[in-house]
Design a protein around this ligand. Structure first.
Ligand SMILES: C[S@@+](CC[C@H](N)C(=O)[O-])C[C@H]1O[C@@H](n2cnc3c(N)ncnc32)[C@H](O)[C@@H]1O
Length: 409
């Protein structure tokens, strides 16, 4: 019989060994400027992106699976949460305890369990359960999720941060290439190859993440387990555990859904048709830069279009029939509406062209990569990668995904 529902203690120990050399989560909270920006970013993530303002945490019982060095938990405590933390790495547990003393928040921790999430059990139920950056480092993320969710109260929120397989694809390719080129998979060998081939990605993470180069490399490249998780599978885990999709960042919802309240609104629509996440998944796979830059031209077009619409409303007077000044003969309604609609069509075409062009470039570069890999010549591979426009550039696909659900039963 296939043992589908098993954990792998071996992998848990290997991941732990890797993280003991370098904790992936430690952030410089002691730096006041950094801490201030960190608070703003986390508040923005929860309130603006995940629709969970910090007030939601007040007096709530919170369980954090794989809490790392406790940086996130400091904020949940400051927001009024009462915490139970589970973390396998004793070094990180000690760092967490230090933080809570420094911030005088010790009383906000109910319990820190220095154990694997797979060994954790509790009679308590929680209002909020969280696991950030953990499940994809285990052999059985589904089992990890089941363990987490069984502690959640009805109507409680479950907050997950992981990498969807689309998002993770480019980074998975990095790992594949390193493995392919390695004589052995020793850390020093991995570090050498990733520094040679993927320094642009590492330096970008260094610039934006607040972590050291070594932390980034040990979290990502030397880590024995880092897998992308299928979004459809997550919806199956949700369904089995009576969890309804609530929010996500980046959003998995198709843009501009206008379903009325008598039918599926956005989160229900995605619950009913998880495959409709396909439109966003294209971006998860291809993302190389912020959309603001990517859509530069379209932003300009949209501003022009908004002006055209305002002018049209004013001149046609179609927003206000009561106005006596309306002159049917003088204003060419037909022509002006057609001009406006043509402009709309152009905007849509520009946007789609941009995405189709990206898919084409991505395909070409992926094929080139496959070809050059056959040479096993690291200098040639580096040269080819350096010439890419999209593959392994900037974001390298969306670096991580947040998804929130709530328990209905
Ligand atoms: C990438 S870090 C994320 C830490 C923290 N949640 C954060 O977002 O900053 C992953 C953490 O999960 C912990 N971890 C990995 N596997 C675990 C397991 N099976 N049980 C408990 N903790 C685990 C690691 O030790 C590490 O601290």
């Amino acid at each position: 019989m296939k043992k589908l529902n098993l954990r792998s203690k071996k992998i848990e120990q290997e991941v732990l060994k890797n993280y003991k050399i370098n904790s992936p989560s430690k952030l410089p909270l002691e730096n006041k400027k950094y801490f201030k920006e960190y608070i703003l970013k986390r508040e923005k993530l929860f309130r603006d992106c995940l629709k969970l303002p910090k007030e939601v945490f007040k007096n709530k019982k919170i369980l954090d699976f794989g809490s790392g060095t406790g940086e996130h938990d400091i904020l949940y405590a400051q927001w009024g949460g009462k915490l139970d933390l589970v973390e396998i790495n004793p070094i990180s547990v000690n760092q967490t305890k230090k933080y809570f003393k420094i911030f005088k928040l010790d009383k906000k921790i109910n319990k820190i369990s220095n154990t694997s999430i797979f060994d954790y059990s509790s009679k308590q139920k929680y209002d909020i359960v969280i696991s950030e950056g953990v499940l994809h480092h285990t052999n059985n993320p589904k089992l990890g999720f089941d363990k987490l969710i069984k502690n959640l109260k009805k109507d409680g929120f479950c907050i997950l941060q992981l990498a969807f397989d689309y998002s993770h694809f480019q980074r998975s390719l990095h790992r594949y290439i390193i493995n392919y080129l390695s004589i052995n998979n020793s850390s020093s060998n991995v570090v050498k190859i990733c520094n040679k081939l993927f320094s642009e990605t590492i330096n970008r993470a260094l610039k934006f993440g607040g972590r050291s180069k070594k932390q980034i490399i040990y979290d990502f490249y030397t880590n024995p387990k880092h897998k992308g998780i299928n979004l459809g599978d997550i919806f199956k885990w949700f369904k089995k555990n009576n969890v309804k999709y609530y929010s996500s960042y980046p959003s998995i919802e198709p843009e501009g859904l206008i379903n009325g309240l008598h039918t599926n609104v956005a989160n229900e629509f995605i619950n009913s048709f998880p495959s409709m996440t396909v439109f966003q998944s294209i971006n998860f796979l291809l993302a190389s830069m912020n959309d603001e830059m990517y859509f530069k031209k379209i932003i300009k077009d949209s501003q022009k279009n908004a002006k055209m619409w305002s002018k049209f409303m004013k001149n046609s007077n179609l927003g206000d029939f009561e106005n006596k000044k309306y002159n049917f003969k003088k204003y060419n309604l037909n022509k002006n509406l057609n001009d406006y609609l043509n402009n709309l069509e152009k905007i849509l075409r520009n946007r789609n062209d941009l995405q189709i062009k990206s898919i084409k470039i991505f395909t070409q570069e992926f094929n080139k990569l496959n070809k050059v890999l056959l040479t096993k010549d690291i200098n040639k591979i580096k040269l080819t990668i350096n010439q890419f426009k999209l593959l392994f550039k900037g974001y390298n696909g969306v670096p991580s995904n947040y998804i929130v659900g709530y328990k209905t039963k």
